[in-house]
Design a protein around this ligand. Structure first.
Ligand SMILES: Cc1cc2nc3c(=O)[nH]c(=O)nc-3n(C[C@H](O)[C@H](O)[C@H](O)COP(=O)(O)OP(=O)(O)OC[C@H]3O[C@@H](n4cnc5c(N)ncnc54)[C@H](O)[C@@H]3O)c2cc1C
Length: 287
C-alpha cells in the first residue's frame, strides 16, 4: 500500500530538528532508520503531516566512554551495536540482543534510539535497557532531560517522550567482565530472524562462588518491559550453581500480564519465561 501524503524535512542540526517538530505539534514525526515507521505508514496504521528525518545529525552517532557509563548515540545502528568495541567490552548484553534483531538489512538501518522510541513489547532492546538501568537522553524546546528506562515505556508503542522531543542518546552503566559481570540474551522465536515470542535479558555478577547481583529483563511478557524482580531477589546471594539459578528462574512467570496471540497463550509465555530465564542466568554466570 502507498502511504498517505506527508511533508519531509532533513535538518542538519539538532536545534533545527527540534524546531521542525515543535512547529508542527502532534502532526510531525521523527524518522531515524525507518524500519518500524515506514511499514506503519505504508500499512496506513499511522499517518503524519511531516516527517523530520534525523539521519543527518552526526552528533547522534557517537559511542562515548564517560567513565562509569557509556553514552551511545541514538542513531547508532543495530549493526554498530553488535560491532562496536566499547559496547562489546562494557555492555555486551546490548550487542548480544542487537545481534538477534531481524536480518542484516534491517540491522544496518534500524537504530538504538528508534527501537526504544518505537516501544514495541516484542522489541528486543527495551527489555535490555530496563535490565541495565539505562537512561535515555531527550532534547526538546525546553532543553535536555534524562529519562530512566523504567519510566520511559508507558504502554504498547507509547512512551513518555513529548511530541517535540528527540532521543539523542542512551547512557548505560558499564557492566563488563572486568567488574565480574557476565550476560546472556535468550530469545525464543518461531523462525530465525523473527520477533521474540518471549526473550530474556540477563546480567549476572559473580564473586566467591556466589551470585552477588542479577539483572533480568523479560521481552514480550507485558505491554511494557518490567524487571523480573522476584527472580533477581532469589538469585542475589545464591550459590552460582545451575540448580540454584534454576530455582531463582522458577519465579520468572510471576505477575506480569503476558499477551495472548497466535504465537502463544499467557501460560505458555510464562513457561517460556521460566525456561529461558534459567538458561540466561546459567550462561550469564558462566555455567
Ligand atoms: C522485517 C523486520 C523485522 C524486524 N524484527 C525485529 C526483531 O526481531 N526485534 C526487534 O527488536 N525489532 C525488529 N524490527 C523492528 C526494527 O528493527 C526496529 O523497531 C527499528 O530498527 C527501529 O529503529 P528505526 O531507527 O528504524 O526507527 P524508525 O522506524 O525510524 O522509528 C520508529 C519510531 O521511533 C520514533 N523515533 C525514532 N528515532 C527517534 C529518536 N531518536 N527520538 C525520538 N523518536 C524517535 C519514530 O518517530 C517512530 O515512532 C524488525 C523490523 C523489520 C522491518
Amino acid at each position: 500500500m502507498i502511504p498517505a501524503k506527508f511533508g519531509y524535512v532533513r535538518p542538519t542540526s539538532l536545534a533545527d530538528a527540534i524546531a521542525a517538530l515543535a512547529g508542527n505539534g502532534e502532526d510531525a514525526k521523527v524518522i531515524a532508520g525507518g524500519q518500524s515507521l515506514i511499514p506503519l505508514l505504508r500499512l496506513r496504521l499511522t499517518d503524519t503531516g511531516l516527517l523530520v528525518d534525523i539521519g543527518r545529525l552526526e552528533e547522534l552517532r557517537d559511542v562515548v566512554d564517560e567513565g562509569a557509563t557509556l553514552r551511545i548515540g541514538a542513531l547508532t545502528t543495530h549493526y554498530e551495536l553488535v560491532h562496536d568495541p566499547l559496547i562489546a567490552e562494557h555492555c555486551g548484553l546490548i550487542a548480544a540482543a542487537a545481534a538477534t534483531v531481524a536480518d542484516p538489512a534491517v540491522r544496518h538501518r534500524g537504530t538504538f534510539g528508534g527501537s526504544l522510541a518505537h516501544a514495541d513489547a516484542a522489541g528486543d532492546l527495551p527489555a535490555v535497557a530496563v535490565a541495565l538501568d539505562a537512561v535515555l537522553l531527550a532534547s526538546g524546546p525546553a532543553g535536555e532531560r534524562e529519562i530512566p528506562a523504567a519510566g520511559f515505556f508507558a504502554d504498547y508503542l507509547t512512551t513518555t517522550l513529548a511530541a517535540d522531543e528527540i532521543v539523542t542518546g542512551i547512557r548505560v552503566p558499564k557492566l563488563g567482565a572486568s567488574g565480574g559481570w557476565g550476560y546472556r540474551y535468550e530469545k525464543f522465536h518461531r523462525t530465525a530472524q523473527a520477533w521474540a515470542i518471549v526473550g530474556v535479558a540477563a546480567a549476572v555478577r559473580r564473586g566467591n562462588g556466589q551470585v552477588t547481583e542479577a539483572r533480568v529483563g523479560p521481552t514480550n511478557m507485558g505491554m511494557v518491559p518490567v524487571r523480573a524482580t522476584a527472580v533477581e531477589a532469589a538469585a542475589a546471594g545464591a550459590p552460582a550453581t545451575a540448580e540454584a539459578l534454576q530455582q531463582a528462574a522458577s519465579h520468572a512467570g510471576d505477575g506480569g500480564d503476558p499477551p495472548s496471540d497466535l504465537n502463544g497463550s499467557p501460560e505458555y509465555r510464562r513457561h517460556l519465561a521460566r525456561v529461558l530465564t534459567g538458561r540466561a542466568l546459567a550462561a550469564a554466570a558462566g555455567l
